[in-house]
Design a binder for this molecule. Structure first.
Ligand code: PLP
Length: 393
């Protein structure tokens, strides 16, 4: 005990003189994780969570259990097991119209976040410009900073439902990006970009010789409108998707990338081989069952229930003084409350029993907004939360 204490003191002293890499200087803890932890600690109605409260489809769980019992406990190929990569390639051809993919064009990893990290690290070097729609999921900016790239935020407007418009396109065109992020359906806004908008972004990317990273993790959580993958019309697209949201598998850590441009996949694979090695073997085997009718039925039920929550939230928001265009996908609303300090507003809601994420960590266009997730709350809690917000606003 005593020795342990002594060595602790010595380590503390040495640490004072240690130098750390400067690339971490501007990278903060994820705001969504920070507010989620606070909400759990304060035991409030939790609208911070970036997942649903549904269980993983049982067919996936059973298949993964069988894989463990069947000895699927060793390293897999770096890109992932061929059976799962083939399922993914076929899915992308069938559902997303991304042709000419074979299993070598697919890379499986430990979550979409790791995949995005590998893509950015493969493309971006010091001061390269990465265009990110503002607001966007908090981790894009941090990952670009880790790669020492330069983030160019491209503003979106609440009154357009955060869908890109002419101003967005002209700022994007003039930003000369090496890489453009698209995330539809969107976190935090819930916006689903129409095909025409995505095609305009593709035209700009083609003219500028830029890669597109299309984060399609909420693809199957759409209530109106149709999903469109830029990878179907532009070969320099990295299509990113995963199992976290669609199949309620956030803790399994499984995501993937696909591109008709094999070179980018191979470079990302190189990073993977020198970092995580591969995704977990029995998790990959379990995920093959995600392509069955049983799993799809569970997802359909989940989306129906999420739509009820979205509709209820929209109905209640009518009586609240905020700008909110109905989001067509994901499980978030991102209302704009005017010229308020969203950080203080989120604190105030927390004091009154509701956890939300303030809008400004998602980018400066998120100022005055808060992100409310209806993914992991039942109708009773959602009603109580809306009662409180109505009273406060
Ligand atoms: N992309 C977006 C837009 C997200 O919201 C999230 C998680 O919240 C991810 C990627 C990360 O997903 P994964 O759990 O597969 O790493």
């Amino acid at each position: 005990m005593f020795l342990g204490q002594k060595s602790y003191i010595v380590i503390a002293k040495i640490n004072c003189k240690m130098r750390f890499a400067s690339r971490l200087k501007e990278v903060g803890e994820s705001a969504t994780f920070r507010y989620s932890t606070l909400a759990k600690k304060n035991n409030v109605i939790n609208l911070t969570i970036g997942r649903t409260n549904f269980d993983t489809p049982s067919v996936i769980k059973e298949t993964a259990k069988k894989a463990i019992d069947g000895g699927k406990v060793h390293y897999t190929p770096t890109k992932g097991i061929p059976e799962l990569r083939e399922c993914i390639a076929k899915k992308l051809e069938r559902e997303n119209n991304i042709q000419n993919l074979d299993s070598e064009n697919i890379l499986i990893s430990t979550g979409a976040k790791q995949i995005i990290f590998e893509a950015v690290m493969s493309i971006i070097q010091k001061r390269d410009i990465v265009a990110i729609p503002d607001p966007s999921w908090v981790s894009y900016e941090s990952i670009v900073k880790l790669a020492e790239g330069t983030v160019r935020w491209i503003p979106l407007k609440a009154e357009n439902g955060f869908i890109p418009d002419e101003d967005f396109f002209s700022i994007l065109e003039n930003s000369n990006p090496r890489l453009i992020f698209i995330n539809s359906p969107n976190n935090p806004t819930g916006a689903v970009y129409p095909e025409k908008i995505i095609r305009t972004i593709v035209d700009i990317a083609e003219r500028k010789n830029a890669f597109i990273l299309s984060d399609e993790i909420y693809e199957k959580i759409i209530y109106e409108g149709k999903h469109f993958s830029p990878g179907s019309v532009y070969e320099n697209t990295i299509t990113v998707n995963g199992f976290s949201k669609e199949f309620s598998m956030t803790g399994w850590r499984l995501g993937y990338a696909a591109s008709q441009n094999r070179e980018i996949i191979d470079r990302m694979n190189l990073i993977q081989s020198q970092t995580v090695s591969c995704a977990v073997s029995f998790v990959q085997h379990g995920a093959i069952a995600a392509f069955t009718a049983d799993a799809r039925r569970d997802v359909k039920k989940m989306v129906e229930e999420l739509k009820e929550r979205r509709d209820y939230t929209m109905e209640r928001m009518k009586n609240i003084n905020a700008v909110l265009i109905k989001p067509s996908g994901a499980f978030y609303v991102f209302p704009f409350f005017g010229e308020i300090d969203d950080l203080k507003f989120a604190d105030r809601l927390m004091e009154n029993g509701i956890g939300v994420i303030p809008g400004s960590p998602f980018g400066s266009s998120g100022r005055g907004c808060v992100r409310m997730s209806y993914g992991a709350v039942g109708m009773g809690d959602l009603k109580r939360a809306m009662d409180i917000i109505e009273k406060i606003v």
